[in-house]
Design a protein around this ligand. Structure first.
Ligand code: SF4
Length: 116
């Protein structure tokens, strides 16, 4: 005969089960939030994603002979008509879906921006 007295298993309600599952999910997910915030801060310190860092841009970059620092006087992304957003040091070029260009960069698609 077993001398230990077994405690009866308590049935867990569906509601308790869901609360327990949500608590477990939150406990697992919570440490990731500060890590993501740190990653975002690091990314901002390092500057924006450049077109030259985006792997899917590599073919187009070579087709337009893109260079990060223009070697042509008076021709750079900062005064190119295809620069659709100019944020000062960087901008968004209409040629590239992802990434930004330094306003000092250049490529063979450069077109003089009209002064208004
Ligand atoms: S098209 Fe103009 S803005 Fe875009 S990379 Fe070439 S020079 Fe820069």
């Amino acid at each position: 005969m077993n001398s230990k007295k077994e405690t009866p298993r308590k049935a867990i309600s569906r509601r308790d089960f869901h609360l327990l599952a949500m608590g477990t999910a939150l406990a697992v997910a919570t440490p990731a939030v500060p890590a993501l915030a740190d990653h975002h801060e690091d990314a901002e310190k390092a500057g924006p994603d450049l077109v030259s860092d985006v792997k899917s841009n590599s073919l187009l970059l070579s087709q337009v002979a893109y260079i990060g620092d223009s070697e042509r006087e008076g021709q750079q992304c900062g005064n190119c008509a295809l620069l659709i957003v100019n944020e000062g040091e960087y901008g968004k070029c209409g040629l590239f879906v992802e990434g930004k260009v330094p306003t000092t960069a250049w490529c063979t698609s450069w077109v003089q921006k009209r002064e208004m």
